[in-house]
Ligand binder design. Sequence first.
Ligand code: M6D
Length: 582
Amino acid sequence: MKKSAYNQFPEVRIDGFAGHAWQGWEAIARKVQAALSQNGKTVLVIDCYPGVRLDELQTRLVNKLCPLRAINVEDARHSEQHLHDLLASNLTDDRVFGVLSCHQLIEFFDAGKLAQMQHEVEEIEAGLVVVYGPGAALVHEGDVLVYADLARWEIQQRFRSGELGNWGTENQQEDILRRYKRAFFIEWRVFDRHKTPLLKRADFLLDTNQKESPTLVTGEALRHALQQTTRQPFRVVPFFDPGVWGGQWMKEKFDLDPSKPNYAWCFDCVPEENSLLLRVGDVRVEIPSQDLVLLYPRPLLGEKVHARFGAEFPIRFDFLDTVGGQNLSFQVHPLTEYIQQHFGMHYTQDESYYLLEAEPGAEVYLGTKTGISPQEMLNDLAAAQRGEKAFDDEKFVNRFPAHKHDHFLIPAGTVHCAGSGAMVLEISATPYIFTFKLWDWGRLGLDGLPRPVHLEHGQHVIDWQRDTEWATEHLINQFEPVAEGDGWREERTGLHEREFIETRRHWFSKPVLHDTQGGVNVLNLVEGSEALVDSPNNAFEPFVVHYAETFIVPAAVGEYRISPYGEGVGQQLATMKAWVRG
Ligand SMILES: O=P(O)(O)OC[C@H]1O[C@@H](O)[C@@H](O)[C@@H](O)[C@@H]1O
C-alpha cells in the first residue's frame, strides 16, 4: 500500500497544444514523414545529445523514411586518439576532477570530412537526405530539424550498465568515475552549447530517455511549454541513488524500491542533472530540465541572477540520508579562487545542512577543534590515508548534536560531514562534485574499492580559523525572527555571509504571501503534510506540494501564496525558501 504522498513523477501540464506530441516509433515516423516536403529535395537533420542510441534511431526512424541518402555525422568525427590529445589538459589524470571545457563541438570533427559531407548534401538535387547523429547540424541546418535529447541521469544509467562509453571513445569498461568526469567537464558542456541554438529553432524534439518508447513534441509546443513553466511553480523529477553511507529514511518515507539496500542521495533540484516532465495533450514528454535553463534563463532566474550566473541554475536542493546508515566522508570544498584556478568553475561549492529528521544522538562534524595543530591533523590524515592508522577525528574535529529543524551553514573551506542518523536537506550552491574527501573512515565504496581521497587539494583550502568557537558562533542555527502576521512567522536561518544564498523559514497555519522579488526561489515543505501554492491574481494554476517536496518558483512569477491544504489544514506547517542575495 502506498504510504507516501511524495510525488516521484511531477509533471507540468501544458495548456493547449494537444495533438502536438506523439508516442512510439510508428507514430513518430508518420509525423516526421508528414513534415517532409514531398517534392524536390529535403534535408532532414536529426541532431542528438551524446548517448542517444543511434542504432535504434537508424532502424526505427531513419530507415523507415526510405531516404535517398542517410549520413551519419559520426563518420566525420576525429579519431579517439585525436580527441584524447585535444582534451588531455581538460581530462587530467585525476579520477574525479577535470577542468571545465570551453571547446566548441566543431573542434571535435575533421574539417575535411565535414566539408565532404556538406558537399555531398549540396550535390543531391532531389529526394530525401537524412543527416543524423550528435553534431549533425554542423553538416546542414536542415529543412526539417529534429533534436534527439536525453537527460543526464539516464546517461549515467547507461554508463553504469556498461552500455555507454564517452562520446567518441570505446571506453565502456573504464572506471565509472572517469567516464562521469569526462561527461561532466567536457561533453555535457560542449553539447549544451551546441544544442541551445538548435532548440530555439527545432521543428521537433525527440525524447529518447526510454528504450524503444520515444516521444516527439513539436518545437512550437516545446518552447510554449518551457515559457509556460517560467510563469508557474514547478518541480523537476527527483532521482534517488544508493551509496556506501546511505540510509533507510527516504526509502520508507517516499515509498522507494524496498529491495534496494539503501538510498544515499536524492537530487530533487539540480536542473542540470534532473529531468522535466511535460504533459502535452495525453503524451508525457521527458526532457532535461537544463533545457529550460538554457532557453529561458531570464524569466526563470531573473535579471540579476542571470547577469551573475549566466544560463546556470545556481541553487541546489538535495537530500542526504544517513538514517540507519553511516557518516558521510569527512570533507572540505574549495575556496572560490581554488575552484576557479584549478577546475575552471566560476563559483564554489558553498553548502548548508538543514535537518529534516535526526535520530537521537545524531551529530554533524563541523570545523576543527580550538587549539589543534593543523600540521598534526594533516599528518594524521596522511597516515590514515596510507592505511597506518585510523584518523583521530575525536582529537581534531568538532561534533555538534543535530536535531530536527537545525540548520548548519558550511561555507567552502570548512571541514565537515553529516554523521549517521541524519536526514539532511542540503541547501547549497549548485556545484556538487567538488568534494575533497579527507578521510573515508577506512571503508570501501559500493564497488569494493576505496573512494578517492584528495588530501593534496584539501590541505590548500581548509580554513583553520573555523574552530570550535567560530563554528558555534557563526555556523549553527543562526535563526533571527524577520516578520510575523496572522497565523505565520518568518525567520532568517542563513546562509553564512560568505555564501550567496539567503534562506528563510516560514512557520504557518494560515496563508502566507511570498514574492520572488525578481529572483528565482527554491522551496521545500519541511513540516506538514500538504500545502497549496497559488497566485493571488490567478496568474497560474494552483499547485499542490507534499511533505519534503522541493519546488521552484521562477523569478517571473512575482507574488505567490502558500496555504495549508488537504491534510495540512489544521497543522503547523513550515517551508524553507532559498534565493540568491541581491
Ligand atoms: O559521498 P561523500 O564524499 O561521503 O559526500 C556526500 C556529500 O556530502 C555533502 O556535504 C556534499 O559535499 C555532497 O556533494 C556530497 O555528495
